[in-house]
Design a binder for this molecule. Structure first.
Ligand SMILES: *Cc1c(COP(=O)(O)O)cnc(C)c1O
Length: 459
């Protein structure tokens, strides 16, 4: 069996890698030049034995992988992979299904149908919402905003799928000043143009004023559940009704923050969010599904389907099963529902609640631990799983430079890994916790490592 040897080789290396996550340095350990030297082989005329290909690949990427799946990685919101989700992801590649239409892979279709329904329940979204499994939150924005674009233009008697945008009434987009860059990219991809975005403070007064300025125009309002720096939430209960009264479509960027709904302790933060028109979130962040995995939900299945669906003569469709092509931007696509299905089954409802609570607790404990350390200033206590600190310069000259220097020292140390950000005009270090493997031991090791770097930088 020609598959046996390369798969055994891969399994052995996979287990070695996973076993090392607890002890290995976090962060890349090699440089660009050596990666290029190792990987950039001349394109060969003849093939190579599959196991040799795998052995070489593992050797050549050494040090160039980031142990971002480790419980001591806190830069960006990345998350690890749950064992059942990882195993299901391997099988997804093994089964190699094209999950575009029901007939191509009935099981992939039904698994997405079931997992999509579970996700709506977990996230507290309307049971009647349609959904799509996409590559990540950004493509979930594209999917949702395509539905939004359809609906707000339809209300102005314009069929955008047929007539395009060239002579369409311009769509006005109101977005929070803190909105994530992926929202802007989605708007660019959909041809709506960033000149049509007005950035506003996400409070009732600013929104009301902006809605007044856009009166009578096709209108989309973008709100956020979980800011990338502080984890802050917009006030959905007051903002969504205001936007709806002005005829706007409300889209929620909830890449990780929407998962607050899974915990009774944090659910109040998303109060009212179910009243929106569409929601985008990720599976590969807080649910700890391997990359690539995002979810789009739309409260108006008709608009969602009108924006995405496609029927071609050679595609057998219209069976009672779910044809994913009616809901997703892709044509051929990975059967990415299996990993989500497995993740949700591994954790169950209480396991997901627990995952959210544990990550938030770890973020709080890291920030609280660092708060005790001389030379650390807490800028934002975690609302959920995101906190911000900075490292003031002991000489008082350049706090930003000192903060970046300490972050670099922590990264070089490899015991824990954080990223920097600019927040309110200051350099700061972000503490993002979204990995199921982050527990008390990881928190203690991290606080100790950061403390040591802060002390060393003060001498
Ligand atoms: C990560 C993130 C995104 C983009 O998600 P991808 O999965 O990387 O496409 C959008 N919004 C927020 C708030 C995020 O944290």
């Amino acid at each position: 069996m020609v598959f046996r040897q390369p798969l055994h080789t891969a399994l052995a290396h996979a287990l070695t890698h996973l076993d090392s996550l607890d002890s290995c340095p976090v962060g890349p350990r090699t440089d660009l030049a050596s990666l290029r030297r190792r990987l950039d082989r001349p394109l060969a005329d003849t093939g190579t034995d599959p196991s040799t290909v795998i052995e070489d690949l593992v050797a050549d990427v050494e040090g160039g992988l980031n142990a971002s799946a480790s419980g001591r990685f806190f830069a960006w919101v990345i998350g690890g992979a749950l064992p059942a989700a990882l195993a299901a992801d391997w099988l997804t590649s093994t089964w190699d299904q094209n999950a575009g239409i029901y007939q191509c892979s009935p099981a992939a279709s039904v698994v997405e149908e079931v997992a999509g329904t579970w996700l709506k329940e977990i996230l507290g979204l309307p049971p009647g919402a349609s959904f799509a499994f996409v590559t990540g939150c950004q493509m979930a924005h594209v999917t949702c905003l395509a539905a939004a674009r359809h609906q707000v233009l339809e209300q102005h008697d314009w069929n955008v799928e047929k007539k395009g945008l060239c002579e369409a009434p311009p769509v006005r987009i109101l977005a929070s000043v803190e909105s994530h860059g992926s929202v802007e990219r989605a708007i660019r991809l959909l041809g709506m143009g960033t000149d049509h975005i007005e950035h506003i403070k996400p409070d009732a007064e600013s929104l009301t004023a902006a809605l007044g300025r856009a009166h009578g125009r096709p209108l989309i309002v973008l709100l956020q559940a979980g800011d990338v720096n502080t984890g802050a939430f917009d006030d959905f209960a007051s903002l969504i009704p205001l936007a709806h009264a002005a005829g706007a479509w409300v889209h929620i960027d909830g890449a990780f923050g929407l998962w607050a709904a899974a915990s009774p302790r944090f659910r109040h933060l998303v109060a009212g969010v179910a009243g929106a028109d569409s929601w985008a979130t990720d599976g590969h962040k807080w649910l700890n599904v391997p990359y690539d995995c995002g979810y789009a939900f739309v409260a108006h299945p008709g608009a969602h389907r009108a924006a995405m669906s496609y029927a071609a003569g050679y595609l057998p469709m219209g069976d009672a099963g779910r044809d994913q092509i009616d809901w997703t931007p892709e044509f051929s696509r990975r059967a990415r529902g299996f990993a989500t299905y497995a993740a949700i089954r591994q954790l169950g409802r209480s396991g997901i609640t627990d995952l959210v609570n544990r990550c938030c607790l770890a973020a709080q404990e890291i920030v609280a631990g660092l708060h005790q350390v001389e030379g650390v200033e807490v800028l934002a206590e975690p609302v959920i799983n995101q906190g911000l600190v900075r490292f003031p310069d002991p000489s008082g000259t350049d706090h930003d430079r000192h903060t970046d220097r300490v972050i670099s020292a922590i990264q070089a140390g490899g015991e824990a890994y954080f990223g920097g950000t600019t927040w309110n005009g200051m350099r700061a270090m972000r503490i993002s916790v979204s990995n199921w493997q982050t527990g008390p031991s990881e928190v203690a090791r991290t606080v100790a490592a950061v403390t040591a770097c802060v002390r060393a930088a003060r001498n």
